[in-house]
Ligand binder design. Sequence first.
Ligand code: AMP
Ligand code: MG
Length: 407
Amino acid sequence: MSTARPGLRALDDALAELLGFASVLADVESVPTFDADGRVLAQDLISALHVPPQDNSSMDGYALRCADLTQIPGVLAVHQRIAAGSPAAPLAAGSAARIFTGAPIPTGADAVVMQEDCELQGDRVQINVRPLPGQWIRRAGEDVTLGATVLASGSRLTPASLGLAASIGMATLPVRRRPRVALFSTGDELVMPGQVAPADMKPGAIYNSNRFFLRALLLRLGCEVTDLGIVPDRLDATVQALRSAASEHDLILTSGGVSVGEEDHIKPAVQSLGELTLWQIAIKPGKPFAYGRVQDTHFIGLPGNPVSSYVTFLLLVRPFLLKLLGATDLAPSTIAAQAHFNWPRADRRREFLRVRRNAAGGLELFPNQSSGVLTSAVWADGLVDNAPGQTIQHGDSVRFIPFAEVL
Ligand code: AMP
Ligand code: MG
């Protein structure tokens, strides 16, 4: 970050300081496992049984004891039939058991022969292929052993983890309560879709796009969102909106108005009710960012330019909220990828370029990287994290953050 201008803060420093302000929400709630997707687990989940609970067959076929087959083909009497969900009697010496996928292996059996390798002859079965001991048997505890921690406190639940929690018998899960976030947009130029038709837009007016993606990003992180709409560019209105939001929320999130122009009222408004620091972060898109407190509520002000707002949310607000949620993984994992583009004019700031994977396994660049061009964020499937002052040539290895990691 040495190339950043004085006064600009390195992203990592800003993030570390921001995370220092966030402490984990104390409240834990119990929710049905069915409804826990995306929530953050508040306790370790420890298994009270083996999964699978017993040795069972992974094939339809015949369970037998390998030593009973002195020759191949060999013939064994079929003494029992074991379907999934039914109990198994011990295997009688010199016999086989008809068995189906998921059914318990009878004591005494040490292999399953798939039915395609057998011929049924009345109440006997001919085994045509020599079985290997242990074949087609899923061992008790091969997925989870009794006493194992299957999911750690702080993990974000995925569809697969809900299934795993269910497999150890959890009908409800202890999760961190949802952060309550008040959201508003600032800007007298903003108009809501649906209020004014495109043909009737006044000169200078634009539709409020930030409100839509910020709300959706917050919901995806499991927040309860109070949408306070558009607040006009007036100090009194901004103060009023902040005051009304403060008591009921963990975080007030705004977009726009965080520069220091005459129409930017966020700074004086937050300062009149609490405290606020404006940061100039050495990233592109992005740069202006505000953190403060209104009474006991966190305040974060994002830049107004849509792509700046979007990227700063992903880089700063997302980890901040995950910290409130007690999540362990705050930073997205980046992967090395090959640039299939040139980036000859490096910036002094750390850049987050909108790129997309191509079929050749490389990354292509959206041609217009302007912070106002939201099309870039839709076209892209991730960001290249490019160090300050760094040019990129076709074929260079770059750091890629897939959007799938951060959405
Ligand atoms: P500001 O940070 O308020 O100076 O806004 C910077 C730029 O972002 C201006 O061009 C604004 O019109 C635009 N902008 C601010 N808020 C929004 C929004 N909610 N949706 C779309 N564009 C916005
Ligand atoms: Mg503005």
